[in-house]
Ligand binder design. Structure first.
Ligand code: CP
Length: 301
């Protein structure tokens, strides 16, 4: 099955992924990380936009499940000679791969590819569109820490307008019963959103504070903020975090801009789940690849 956005998953599949991710999280802490769940299967990773966490964790997830993994060096591919994305995808599909994990700067690119090829397409981020596996790992990290998502107050703060993480994580959090508030500078909020500039209100009493970086690569014009100004006005400072709920946690999908959207000391503090998100990323992507390739046999609700 293709996994391009959270709505591609049924409630049973979502529950299944959360359970499986917990299983793989424990499994990955053991010495022997390899199993045969995807033995003999072939997976291609095609990232047409930069990545550290998502690319590495999909690679590790596939290898730990016993699959054969091939990474397309996107910068050296024949796209540079004028080949289209669809012809590139058809070429990969003709090699009898079982899944294509793709990241692309154009929103909707994975939908176009999924309509064209036989292999399962897993969206690893499409421009300002969706990042379903980031959303899944975020809710799994929250569930692992609190034992629930339902009823938690979550503040997602920063560049909401350009963030595919905000889209996917927000959708999954609301689906699981969290109370989500979005906040950020007016220029970085979605059109018509009335939560602009409300970072202080969003963080006050929150159980989870998720900070997002400014996606300067997607901004038409510079924000014009001086160094330190963004942190003071919109970032996570000690003073702001002190207003969150007792036991509140800090999250960030990465990559972080320390001293811009988040104070570095808070990112490294005992309140931070940022490295826990990374660890969950491998576990969740194991669950996702298994579902995408083995579905529906993989789902036992
Ligand atoms: N969170 C995330 O997608 O990180 P990368 O861009 O490093 O993959």
């Amino acid at each position: 099955m293709h996994i391009i956005r959270p709505s591609d998953l049924s409630d049973d599949q979502l529950d299944h992924l959360l359970r499986e991710a917990e299983h793989w999280l424990e499994h990955n802490r053991g010495a022997d990380k390899r199993v045969d769940r995807l033995a003999g299967r072939s997976i291609v990773l095609a990232f047409f936009e930069n990545s550290t966490r998502t690319l590495l964790s999909f690679d590790m997830a596939a290898q730990r499940l016993g699959a054969m993994v091939t990474t397309l060096p996107a910068g050296q591919s024949s796209l540079a000679k004028g080949e289209t994305l669809i012809d590139t995808a058809l070429t990969i599909d003709a090699m009898q791969v079982d899944a294509l994990v793709m990241r692309h700067p154009e929103p909707g690119a994975p939908d176009t590819v999924a309509e064209t090829i036989r292999a399962a397409v897993v969206n690893a981020g499409d421009g300002t569109g969706e990042h379903p596996t980031q959303g899944l790992l975020d809710v799994a990290t929250i569930h692992h820490h609190f034992g629930r998502v339902d009823g938690l107050k979550v503040a997602i703060c920063g560049d909401i307008r350009h963030s595919r993480v905000a889209s996917s994580t927000h959708a999954l959090l609301e689906r699981l019963g969290a109370d989500v508030t979005l906040a950020g500078p007016a220029a970085l909020m979605p059109e018509g959103h009335d939560g602009a500039d409300g970072i202080d209100d969003a963080v006050a009493g929150a159980d989870v504070v998720m900070m997002l970086r400014i996606q300067r690569e997607r901004l038409a014009a510079d924000l014009g903020d001086a160094p330190g100004e963004y942190l003071a006005r919109y970032g996570l400072t000690e003073k702001r975090f002190a207003t969150a709920a007792p036991g509140a946690v800090i999250m960030h999908p990465g990559p972080m801009n320390r001293g811009v959207e988040i104070l570095g000391e808070l990112a490294d503090s005992e309140h931070s789940l940022i490295t826990a998100q990374v660890e969950m990323g491998v576990a969740m992507r194991m669950a996702v690849l298994d579902l995408a390739i083995n579905e529906p046999a993989a789902v036992t609700s």
